[in-house]
Write a protein that binds this ligand. Structure first.
Ligand SMILES: [Zn+2]
Length: 227
């Protein structure tokens, strides 16, 4: 049930107590990956899980905390403050209509800490139960990187027509490791083509498998929050 496709009377009748809100980004994902990679993945997982559990789906936030990609043409980004405000206010306005439980279905690593801060504040200040859920943190699979094997596989499965050429290997690690800590503020400093990892290993089959695994986990979480 997508909130934008129902009327206020439908909403009143359904009286939803739980809602999903997808968060992603519009940022470079290498020469082959669409800018909306993170948003497409988060939205698709949330959509499928919402359908299967008859859960309300709120509009996605399609720009994220992505300043690390600012030196690649086309990347958009919010400051963490603006991103937190948007997420918090969407959730609070839905809470005003009677929804107490939320799952933020996220596809972008740079959003995680901001989402967690919003969820904590909502719990303490408003009695709202909101959970940060990021697909690549709940499944065990190697090859994440950025525009790498996992994300490219998922886009091949979900929106094959958006995968461009050339598909090329990227750098091996996200930033530079310095005595146990990490320096990774500007993607341009550690990957020339924008990719981290190896998207040449990607396939549609791998994407389907990742999609099903992630969606199953989300469905389990939705069911347990309901009980
Ligand atoms: Zn991504």
């Amino acid at each position: 049930m997508k909130i934008g496709e129902i009327s206020w009377t439908d909403f009143q009748e359904a009286a939803p107590s739980l809602a999903l809100i997808p968060t992603g980004s519009t940022e470079q994902h290498g020469p082959h990956g669409p800018m909306a990679t993170d948003t497409i993945i988060a939205e698709s997982i949330a959509e499928r899980a919402a359908e299967e559990t008859e859960t309300l789906l709120l509009p996605a936030i399609g720009v994220g905390v992505s300043r690390e990609h600012a030196n690649f043409p086309g990347s958009l980004y919010f400051s963490p403050e603006v991103f937190r405000d948007q997420l918090g206010e969407i959730i609070l306005s839905a809470h005003n209509s009677g929804i107490d439980d939320f799952i933020v279905v996220n596809g972008h690593g740079g959003n995680v800490s901001s989402i967690k801060e919003v969820c904590k504040a909502l719990y303490h200040d408003h009695d709202v139960r909101a959970i940060e859920w990021t697909w690549f943190n709940v499944i065990s699979a190697s090859g994440m990187g950025h525009g790498g094997e996992l994300e490219t596989s998922l886009i091949m499965y979900l929106r094959e027509e958006l995968v461009g050429k050339p598909i090329e290997k990227g750098s091996e690690s996200w930033g530079h490791s310095l005595y146990g800590t990490r320096w990774a503020y500007d993607t341009k400093e550690f990957t020339e083509n924008g990719v981290v990892g190896d998207p040449t290993e990607a396939s549609r089959e791998k994407g389907e498998n990742l999609f099903n695994k992630s969606t199953e986990k989300l469905i389990k979480l939705i069911k347990s929050m309901r009980n």
